[in-house]
Design a protein around this ligand. Structure first.
Ligand code: CMX
Length: 438
């Protein structure tokens, strides 16, 4: 049974060769146009990044190395006693393009558990932060501080060769993924349950099993399973989303994986990106409060219009790329549908009813290119139902997950020797001049 590093060692040379040939033989091939609207429109639709691990089709949603979410659910190993795919099996798939065996997943789980404890100074640092500091800000601080022990940075200082970049990046990336649950759970404990003891990491548990236990929900099998699914499917969403792109950009300066991912976390912390799952719950609870017990489609419709007329977006709806309901939303809905307890929960019923009404309202409103729910429309409400009600914390869980894709990107960028990312910019005047020539 090969380890993750050995598997990568086998795969990397052929990919390096493929890229070298592509550059040499097709470097001048034109693959698209750049329009003024791309430049002034946040580069939407501009295909200008290299990313192998996942592709986001506007209509059918995400595929991880060609596998849809249902394919992954059917083929990626689960934790002992569970059914949902584990975070480490998703990480293996993203990094290698291969479905790991159960034995390989267990070896990786153990490695992550063995590396999961935080250095004492990081514990102290997190404990010193004010409770009122947003949990996402705290997460970024904890992750950035781990670069104290970065193997990549230490090797760079000693003058490592380019061909060695990826192995040191991989060591840091595995260490980072391993330590994220302990940082994230410590923040949760400090901010919301200061009297709770944090349990020791169990070497026989998977990454998310340990995370759930450290959050204080280890006894809740269903929530732990939900977290496994949540963390696996939020892991990667191709290369251009704000968090993945940030990790890639910062990593391209040869910043080590810890500080590259800390930067990505602050992109995730924006309300148009990962913070939306916090916003959805705030919005759905305000809706619940206003509507009261007698929830009807008409009342939900009215509430949506009220939000739109006050100039706000409907959180959990729309997407920069997707043009259909998000399959991640559907996977989480299916998880709810399979459990009568969740199905009868008032907040989950309200989310479902909202998703049946909102697309028509948004179509009539006529602005958003995608009137359908994205994953954030439902993700937080299930946590809320299970008693994890502190919604300012929700994006931290997304932050534990998104590392899977970002570290994959960092390892491969170093393995392929990708250069510093440095696009060229235009001024408005220069664009105007170009447009006049047309
Ligand atoms: N409610 C109301 N208006 C919306 C909307 C929504 N959910 N989604 C888009 N619009 C509006 C935009 O604000 C924009 O209006 P203006 O022309 O006045 O600026 C117009 O529709 C066109 O936007 P778009 O091209 O459809 O969407 P973008 O690619 O610019 O933005 C996104 C995508 C996700 C930021 C946007 O749909 C949004 O704000 N959604 C709500 C927040 C959200 O759910 N974010 C989570 C996304 C998933 C993730 O990254 O985690």
């Amino acid at each position: 049974t090969k380890t993750l590093k050995e598997t990568l060692q086998d795969i990397i040379p052929a990919k390096q060769e493929q890229l070298k040939r592509l550059k040499a033989e097709h470097g001048q091939t034109v693959v698209g146009d750049v329009k003024v609207e791309n430049i002034v429109g946040g580069m939407r639709g501009l295909k200008a990044m290299l990313w192998d691990a996942s592709v986001l089709d506007p209509d059918e949603g995400i595929r991880f190395h060609g596998l849809t979410i249902p394919d992954c659910q059917a083929s990626l190993p689960s934790a002992p006693g569970g059914k949902e795919m584990t975070a480490e099996s998703m990480l293996w798939l993203l990094l290698t393009g291969q479905v790991p065996s159960e034995a390989q997943t267990r070896v990786l789980s153990r490695e992550l558990a063995e590396k999961g404890d935080l250095p004492p100074f990081v514990r102290k640092l997190i404990d010193s932060l004010p409770k009122s500091l947003h949990p996402m800000t705290q997460l970024g601080i904890g992750v950035a501080a781990l670069n104290h022990d970065s193997a990549f940075q230490a090797a760079y200082e000693k003058g490592m060769k380019k061909t060695e970049y990826w192995t040191h990046a991989l060591d840091d990336c595995i260490d980072l993924v391993a330590k994220l649950p302990a940082i994230a759970a410590r923040i949760y404990r400090n901010v919301y349950h200061p009297n709770n003891q944090l349990p020791a990491i169990n070497k026989d548990l998977d990454l998310v099993g340990n995370y759930s236990a450290m959050l204080g929900y280890g006894g809740n099998h269903n929530l732990t399973e939900y977290l496994r699914l949540y963390i696996a499917i939020h892991g990667d969403h191709e290369g251009g989303n704000a968090s993945a792109h940030t990790a890639h950009l910062v990593g391209s300066t040869l910043s080590d994986p810890y500080i590259s991912y800390a930067a990505a976390l602050y992109a995730l912390a924006g309300p148009l990106h990962g913070l939306a799952n916090q916003e959805v719950l705030r919005w759905q609870l305000a809706m619940q409060k206003e509507i009261g017990d007698n929830v009807t489609y008409d009342k939900i419709r009215e509430y949506i219009w009220k939000t739109l007329k006050s100039g706000q977006v409907i959180p959990g709806y729309g997407h920069g790329v997707l043009r259909n309901p998000d399959p991640r939303f559907m996977a989480l809905q299916q998880f709810c549908d399979a459990q009568p307890e969740l199905n009868s929960s008032p907040i989950i019923q309200m989310v479902k009813k909202t998703s049946e009404v909102a697309p028509d309202v948004l179509k009539e409103h006529g602005k958003t290119k995608n009137p359908y729910p994205n994953v954030d429309a439902t993700s937080g409400c299930v946590l809320y139902h299970y008693g994890l009600t502190e919604f300012k914390y929700y994006t931290v869980i997304f932050g534990v997950s998104r590392a899977l894709g970002c570290v994959t990107q960092l390892v491969w960028a170093r393995a392929l020797g990708l250069p510093l990312e440095r696009p060229k910019s235009y001024s408005i005047d220069a664009l105007q001049k170009l447009a006049k020539k047309d």
